[in-house]
Design a protein around this ligand. Structure first.
Ligand SMILES: *Cc1c(COP(=O)(O)O)cnc(C)c1O
Length: 530
């Protein structure tokens, strides 16, 4: 104890809190800012490789009793953490929905952290509150295109909100469906509402046997979390078939709704997807809006990925009908190139968010402008600052160029795959996501054993490429029409503006080599691999 007391000195601690102390950490940081690209290029894209080896650095479960020297911690971070992070900014990291950030984000993030505003209430976020509302308004306008008087009335309304900021698409989807559930089972005829009395009492009051939500089989798993949390149940998130273009099958949707209603199952929401996570497919939102309207149910659109296509005159038509949605989710930390932690829920009707309005006397007072009145989250960072700045610094036209160019690159990549004698395109890119597999001179029909062999090879190829650390594509398994077995595929997401066709050629070349070596090692033919 004696030694520790000597080490911990209140004056020194106060200094740490009150003024800049030159530390090794700051020197590393200065280096990062000065040579960002070089800093990142030293990291490999070897996602997930050697997890056991890394765990050895993180074994101790005791909080260090005495302070660690900053320089010692800096060394640790540099050698054990930074060096083994994944270089998601590499142009050959094309497997997930996260990519390089514009360089100006770094100083902005520092400003955000330095101010450490809490957007839950205006008392801790003064200027950040109207700034965040403005960003919500801009994205609302991108989707709904309402007129000047609408935004003049609602942008900074004390009573209502036309959207909310969240830490991501998951929370935004949950919030949207929370609104939908509370709206469906609202207070009526002496019943206080599902938010007060709960789901069981609400079903009894309304005379429903059960609740359901519907989404295509490509729905994001955050919707299952929402079904769980909202008391609907994962089983009652009903999966609808998709067509050849990976868009929801309207006929199946209508049939399933009819069957549910015949059993007195109330429909909380119909969920359309604009850019499915696995394949980038887009549902026919006009058709879904009409079906939702016919059945009087909430229409939610999960545009977490694809919402950015609205920036493009060329591609926004794909999302036609989105303005008819009661609610829409867009992730800023995907194609708006903001750091992780930014998603937005937008509501067509300014009264929608009233269904989840909160109040607490000490923090979010009725009639105040506190953003926390309508959010699922409590304390929230001022990440809207980054979205606001990115929207201004890049502007609509840059986003249009980015989305056009990543979609064009994905389409060129698809052509490369089609033209190659080694690969088979599985889902063509509607947006900038596609799937394919290694399958030289495809021979159909495939026996079940052959399909499974190709699935095994695809899995092994993806793992080997990932651990080699040069490039990264992800992998998923799709149930597809015309295939008796689910198909394992390579999944590519083109979001990095630095990714060119020659990078993509290199990714394919590497895969050809990996396949050859795996097949040689196993001594098997493609059709009976392993
Ligand atoms: C990414 C994504 C989500 C979830 O968003 P998070 O920001 O990861 O929480 C939801 N839906 C779709 C379609 C997505 O692509």
């Amino acid at each position: 104890m004696q030694a520790n007391q000597e080490l911990v000195d209140l004056e020194h601690l106060r200094k740490i809190f009150s003024c800049a102390v030159d530390t090794k950490l700051q020197r590393i940081e200065a280096d990062v800012v000065a040579n960002l690209h070089e800093f990142l290029s030293k990291i490999s894209v070897a996602a997930d490789s050697r997890p056991q080896e890394l765990e050895q650095y993180f074994q101790s479960y005791r909080i260090p009793d005495a302070p660690t020297q900053v320089s010692e911690q800096a060394d640790f971070l540099q050698q054990q953490v930074v060096a083994h992070a994944v270089n998601i900014s590499s142009p050959k990291f094309i497997g997930h929905m996260v990519s390089v950030l514009p360089s100006f984000v770094l100083p902005l993030a520092k400003i955000m952290t330095a101010l450490n505003q809490n957007l839950v209430k205006t008392e801790t976020s003064k200027s950040f509150t109207p700034l965040e509302r403005q960003v919500v308004g801009m994205l609302h306008h991108l989707v709904y295109q309402r007129d000047e008087s609408f935004y003049r009335q609602y942008l900074h309304s004390r009573q209502q909100a036309i959207g909310v900021f969240c830490s991501g698409g998951t929370i935004a989807n949950i919030t949207a469906l929370w609104v939908a559930r509370n709206k469906l089972l609202a207070s009526r005829d002496g019943f206080a509402g599902v938010h007060v009395d709960g789901v069981t009492a609400a079903l009894r009051h309304y005379g429903y046997r059960d609740l359901a939500m519907l989404v295509s089989q490509r729905g994001h798993y955050s919707l299952a979390k929402a079904a769980d949390i909202l008391g609907i149940g994962r089983k009652m998130l009903i999966s609808v078939a998709t067509d050849r273009h990976d868009s929801i099958c309207s006929k199946d949707l209508r049939a399933k709704i009819k069957a549910l209603r015949a059993q007195r199952v109330a429909i909380v929401a119909l969920i359309g997807i604009a850019g499915t996570t696995e394949t980038g497919g887009v549902d026919d939102l006009n058709a879904m809006a009409a079906i939702a309207n016919d059945n009087g149910c909430h229409f939610h659109v999960d545009a977490a990925w694809g919402g950015a296509a609205l920036f493009s005159v060329r591609h926004r038509q794909l999302l036609a009908g989105i303005a008819a949605a009661d609610s829409v989710v867009i992730d800023a930390h995907k194609q708006l190139y903001t750091p992780i932690g930014a998603g937005v829920l937008l509501c067509k009707n300014p009264t929608s968010l009233d269904y989840i309005c909160q109040q607490a006397n000490y923090i979010i007072r009725t009639g105040s402008r506190d953003l926390g009145r309508h959010t699922l989250e409590g304390s929230r960072a001022g990440i809207a600052l980054l979205v606001h700045s990115t929207l201004h610094i890049l502007g609509q036209r840059s986003f249009e160029l980015l989305i056009n160019s990543t979609i064009a690159t994905a389409k060129q990549f698809a052509e490369l795959i089609i033209a190659s004698q080694h690969f088979e395109l599985i889902t063509a890119p509607t947006l900038n996501i596609l799937t394919y597999r290694y399958h030289p001179q495809p021979r159909y029909p495939l026996t079940l054993a052959a399909q499974r062999a190709i699935n095994r090879l695809t899995t092994d190829m993806q793992r080997r490429q990932r651990s080699a650390g040069e490039s990264f594509v992800s992998r998923t398994t799709l149930a597809l029409q015309g295939h008796q077995e689910p198909v394992v595929v390579f999944r590519v997401v083109i979001a990095n503006p630095l990714t060119t066709l020659s990078h993509l050629r290199e990714v394919l070349d590497e895969q050809v080599e990996i396949a050859a070596s795996l097949l040689a090692d196993s001594g098997c033919d493609l059709y009976d691999y392993r």
